[in-house]
Design a protein around this ligand. Structure first.
Ligand code: NAD
Length: 313
């Protein structure tokens, strides 16, 4: 079918639909949003943009979650942003409740789907979706490293002056302030990055990648959406076309990297089954320590949900 549902037709959801339509990756894209008219208006606009795409895509909207049926992949970008006076716990609970309702509809209407979670806080929301569905972990994938990696490649390209498309990228850990960009492990073309830039440059790349999202917020007053939208489309393409692409993603660990029952960003292979394989990198002690900080920060978010009885009933 090559049918993709996108729940939340805001900035990121619509950008993903637009990117997918221009790429001609899907047969059908269905948008749904709780805000009246938003999904319908954007679906019409994007469908018309598709006239110039290499391949036709049917872009429609769903009036109700039950109208979004039998999707191969459902992308969740529904959520609310943090507002003044809202604590981290408030935001966590609000977005987790949105996940519960959205995922309940997916279980009912697209029981065989692979879910790509985009809503923040990404790693904790991905964990919540695991617990709500009880599905095999290969079918629930958090989008984080795909975007953070594109931001890293952008920073590398700015330093080297070399084309970003030939630049590798690798970011692990949480999708937040403790993310761990690993430029020392990537290549540009076939050349290790460490042979092209200085140690100081490498540090700068790490820092600017970590702050990549905040830099956009500084100028726009809101977070980016074209980059996230295209990163989602890359993951959808990898799954629908079974490309076996390596993409860092937030996944449920079951012993890998020494952790269990927590979702965190690590490199995975994406293909027709969703996560085909988790790649376990050899990490040095300093990186292991950073990874633990990342995992601990995600676990503290999961703990907030547990303390507020989110997983009960
Ligand atoms: N993982 C990442 O790399 C990444 C990157 C960017 C943004 N995000 C996150 O993605 C989410 C969306 O960001 P955005 O910029 O598109 O926000 P946005 O406010 O533009 O869009 C969110 C949309 O979700 C809709 N919505 C809310 N509750 C819903 C529900 N129950 N069902 C259906 N739709 C619902 C809203 O009406 C809104 O249109 C946010 O949580 C944001 O933090 C994640």
């Amino acid at each position: 079918m090559r049918k993709v549902g996108i729940v939340g037709a805001g900035a990121v959801g619509a950008s993903a639909a637009y990117a997918l339509t221009l790429m001609g990756t899907c047969k059908e894209i269905v948008l749904f949003d709780v805000a009246p008219g938003v999904a319908q208006g954007k679906a019409i606009d994007i469908a018309q943009a598709g006239y110039y795409a290499p391949q036709d895509t049917i872009v429609t909207h769903a009036d109700a979650p039950s109208d979004m049926k039998n999707c191969d992949i459902v992308v969740i970008t529904a959520g609310v942003p943090r507002k003044p006076g809202m604590t981290r716990a408030d935001l966590l609970m609000i977005n987790a409740k949105i996940m519960k309702s959205v995922v309940g509809d997916i279980i009912e209407n697209s029981p065989k789907a692979i879910i790509i979670c985009v809503s923040n806080p990404l790693d904790v929301m991905s964990y919540a979706i695991h617990k709500i569905t009880g599905w095999n972990r290969n079918r629930i994938i958090g989008m984080a490293g795909a975007l953070d990696g594109s931001r890293m490649a952008y920073q590398i390209s700015k330093v080297t002056g070399l084309g970003a498309s030939q630049t590798g990228s690798l970011v692990i850990g949480d999708h937040g302030e403790n993310m761990i960009p690993l430029p020392s492990k990537v290549q540009v073309g076939d050349i290790p990055l460490s042979e092209l830039v200085s140690k100081e440059d490498m540090e700068g790349i790490i820092e600017r990648t970590r702050l990549g999202g905040a830099e956009i917020v500084k100028y726009l007053g809101t977070s980016g959406y074209y980059g996230p939208g295209r990163a989602i489309a890359h993951m959808v393409e990898a799954i629908l076309n079974d490309t076996q692409a390596i993409v860092s993603s937030s996944v449920l660990l079951e012993g890998e990297y020494g952790y269990s029952n927590v979702t965190v960003g690590v490199p995975v292979v994406l293909g027709k089954n969703g996560i085909e394989k988790i790649i376990e990198l050899e990490l040095d002690d300093a990186t292991k320590a950073k990874f633990k900080i990342s995992v601990d920060s995600i676990q503290s978010g999961i703990d907030i949900l547990t303390e507020n009885n989110f997983f009960k009933g």
